[in-house]
Design a protein around this ligand. Structure first.
Ligand code: ZN
Length: 149
C-alpha cells in the first residue's frame, strides 16, 4: 500500500518536471481573399519547445479558388518545395512529400482555420526559415520569415 503510493508520487513528480520543461508557444496568422498573410514575420522565443500555429482564412472564397496553407521550410528549400507544390495537387493540400517541409497546415478556404503543432527541435536558433502558402501562384505574395531566437 505504502509502496504503491510512493510509486504514484514519483510518477506525479516526473510529470510535473517534464511539463515544467515543455513550453508550447502559440502563434496565429490570417490569410485573406486578397492573397495576403496578415504578418510577414513570426518570432518564436528560444525557450519554446513546441509551436502551435493557427492559420485562419478571413476571406469568403472557397479553397479551390483562393485556398491557403502555411508551410514552413528552410529558406534554402523554399524554391524546391514551392516548385513541386502544384504537382502534389489539391488532394495533397499542395504540400509535396519529403522531409523538406518542417510543418504544414491543411489547405483551407474562406471562414476556415487549421492548427499545426510542431517541435522546435526541428528548428535551429538563428536559422533562416521561411513560411509560404503553396497554393499555385500564391508563394510570391504569401511569404514571410520565421525567426527562432
Ligand atoms: Zn494562398
Amino acid at each position: 500500500m505504502r509502496k504503491s503510493m510512493l510509486v504514484g508520487l514519483a510518477a506525479v513528480s516526473i510529470l510535473l518536471s517534464s511539463s515544467a520543461l515543455a513550453k508550447t508557444c502559440s502563434l496565429s496568422i490570417d490569410g485573406t481573399d486578397a492573397m495576403q498573410f496578415s504578418v510577414k514575420e513570426l518570432t518564436v522565443a528560444g525557450d519554446c519547445t513546441e509551436v502551435k500555429l493557427t492559420l485562419k482564412h478571413t476571406g469568403k472564397l472557397p479553397k479551390a479558388a483562393m485556398g491557403h496553407n502555411w508551410v514552413l521550410v528552410k529558406t534554402s528549400d523554399k524554391a524546391d518545395v514551392v516548385g513541386k507544390a502544384a504537382a502534389a495537387g489539391l488532394a495533397k493540400q499542395y504540400v509535396p512529400a519529403g522531409d523538406k517541409v518542417i510543418a504544414a497546415t491543411k489547405l483551407i478556404g474562406g471562414g476556415e482555420s487549421d492548427t499545426v503543432t510542431f517541435s522546435t527541435s526541428k528548428l535551429t536558433k538563428g536559422g533562416d526559415f521561411t513560411f509560404v502558402c503553396t497554393f499555385p501562384g500564391h508563394a510570391a505574395l504569401m511569404v514571410g520569415k520565421l525567426i527562432f531566437k
